[in-house]
Design a protein around this ligand. Structure first.
Ligand code: ASP
Ligand code: MG
Length: 451
């Protein structure tokens, strides 16, 4: 058995859905369970509608048209989603009356995206000659905690799911992203959570493979928008993949958790090129070379804290972490000396009040416009002097490294530069570790996460 998950773009139009049907058909001998996201952009649309409703404006025209167009293009009947559209309309009216949007109600609103798309996709599959039925994940046993907006499955969910899946005669087309808590309220697993759904189902059923299908090839050795000759990576380890997930890579970071636990490989595939093997993520991926990928994260803030008591005494660090913890600020990278601490955070949310508190114990300085560039690979573990190579590459590219971090066990080396140094830095490192002369990115190339 395999799980095949298709993202929003892969089910974003009638044409894409028809091509997904063919891809699934070709995999029928492997006994697939299909997981799908809402059609592309629908979740964002629903968030917009919910926010408008709080301001007293309840209308669903845009969402209705988006769904009915796809349904008409597929030659299917509007009745497939009519009931859900009406329910959504009533819900938005309710929000517009009470002028209040709790996290629970927002999850309820967002669930309509996936609930409508499975109905359309399953009907399209039937039309293409597959025996398929739409399934809401909660009816399959996707039981979660009550953390609306970022729910996780309860331990008992696994057994219920495994038991329910066995009873399906037709191919199940399951909603990604959503579940229900014990009170029967709908929850969501966090943005891009359909990957996570696929992994949870795959782990519960002991699938032989979890496939994540999207509109690009698997993971690349660097952002192809920046490094012209970036290549796609055939295989990587779970550890490498979880480092990359943090840098905005291809999958929802939590996806790896169930897969690692049950040791089920994940394969990232491209719906436009199903013949391409994509990237395989598994426990014992072969270590090839030193580095697998050069990634980056931009628009960070560097915070320098110099202890006003001259020497760091034991309470200093704990006080710093306490303040950041209190304001829910996540620290990315940290370096310390005798009298100072430098750290980076990825947003300025709550930064002001936190800094005001820290000013009691330290002189605080904040600089924006920073980026972390990071090289990732299991090979780094066994290789001495990788940081030397990184420094040399940076020096030759005329860049100044402002901070560096590598932990003893680590499979990555990360360092801090200015945002505008990303293209030069990433290209220099790609060239260092993969040879071949990398051509500089064209002027105006948009920096984005590695895809
Ligand atoms: N539809 C949800 C989102 O846009 C979940 C997903 O696409 O995986 O975040
Ligand atoms: Mg998605």
């Amino acid at each position: 058995m395999i799980v095949m998950k298709f993202g929003g773009t892969s089910v974003g139009s009638a044409e894409r859905i028809q091509s997904v049907a063919q891809t699934v058909k070709a995999s029928l001998p492997r006994g697939p369970i299909v997981v799908v996201s809402a059609h592309s952009q629908v979740t964002d649309l629903l968030i917009g509608l919910a926010r408008k409703a709080v301001k007293g404006q309840a209308e669903i025209d845009e969402v209705r048209e988006r769904h009915l167009k796809i349904i008409a293009d597929l030659g299917l009947k509007p009745s497939l989603v009519e009931k859900l559209l009406n329910e959504l309309e009533v819900l938005l009216k309710g929000i517009s009356l009470v002028k209040e949007l709790t996290p629970r109600t927002l999850d309820y609103v967002l669930s309509f995206g996936e609930r409508m798309s499975v109905r359309t996709v399953a009907a399209a599959f039937e039309k293409a000659g597959l025996q398929a039925s739409p399934v809401d994940a909660f009816d399959l046993g996707m039981l979660t905690d009550s953390n609306f907006g970022s729910a996780v499955p309860l331990p008992e969910a696994d057994n219920i799911i495994a038991w329910n899946v066995k009873r399906f005669e037709k191919l199940p087309v399951v909603t990604g992203y959503i579940g229900k808590n014990k009170d029967g309220d709908i929850t969501t697993l966090g943005r891009n959570g359909s990957d996570y759904t696929a992994a949870i189902l795959g782990a519960a059923c002991g699938a032989e493979e979890i496939q994540i299908w999207s509109d690009v090839d698997g993971v690349c050795s660097a952002d192809p928008g920046i490094v012209k000759n970036a290549h796609s990576i055939e295989e990587m380890s779970f550890d490498e993949a979880s480092e990359l997930a943090y840098y905005g890579g291809r999958i929802h970071p939590a996806t790896l958790v169930p897969a690692v636990k049950k040791d089920i490989p994940i394969r990232l595939k491209n719906t436009y090129r199903p013949e391409n093997p994509g990237t395989l993520i598994r426990r014992r991926a072969p270590v090839r070379g030193i580095v697998k990928s050069v990634v980056y994260k931009e628009d960070l803030f560097l915070i320098n804290l110099v202890s006003t008591r001259m020497l760091l005494h034991h309470g200093f660090m704990s006080r710093i972490f306490e303040v950041f913890g209190k304001y829910g600020i996540v620290i990315d990278m940290i370096a310390t000396s005798e009298v100072s601490v430098s750290l980076t955070v990825d947003s300025d949310r709550n930064l002001e009040p936190a800094i005001r508190e820290l000013a009691d114990i330290a002189e605080v300085q904040v600089e924006g416009g920073k980026a972390i560039i990071c090289v990732v690979g299991e090979g780094i573990r066994n290789e001495l002097g990788v940081s030397g190579q990184v420094f040399t590459a940076m020096k030759d590219a005329g860049l100044q490294v402002q901070m560096i971090s590598q932990s003893a066990m680590s499979i990555n080396i990360a360092f801090l530069v200015n945002n505008d140094q990303i293209p030069a830095g990433v290209n220099a490192l790609h060239e260092t570790f993969f040879g071949k002369r990398a051509e500089p990115a064209p002027a105006g190339a948009v920096a984005g996460p590695a895809r």
